[in-house]
Ligand binder design. Structure first.
Ligand SMILES: [Cu+2]
Length: 71
């Protein structure tokens, strides 16, 4: 396991429900071990196994929910 952490901006979260939705989606992504969503700051910190998943895929998973993740 090569655990890495990425902090990505997530725009469009307006309430705790949004934060939980983003958190659940990321945690459901294979290779992700820990997710911390900062609702006020509009970001998510994700610990992941670099051998399993890449930041691009994590960003796309959040985009699928309708939130904006700047590249
Ligand atoms: Cu919401």
């Amino acid at each position: 396991m090569a655990t890495q952490t990425v902090n990505m901006l997530v725009r469009g979260m307006t309430c705790g429900g949004c934060a939980r939705t983003v958190e659940k989606k990321l945690l459901a992504t294979p290779g992700v071990s820990k997710v911390t969503v900062d609702l006020d700051g509009g970001s998510a910190s994700v610990e992941y196994d670099a051998a399993t998943v890449q930041p691009d895929l994590l960003a796309n998973a959040v985009r699928q929910l309708g939130y904006e993740v700047p590249a």
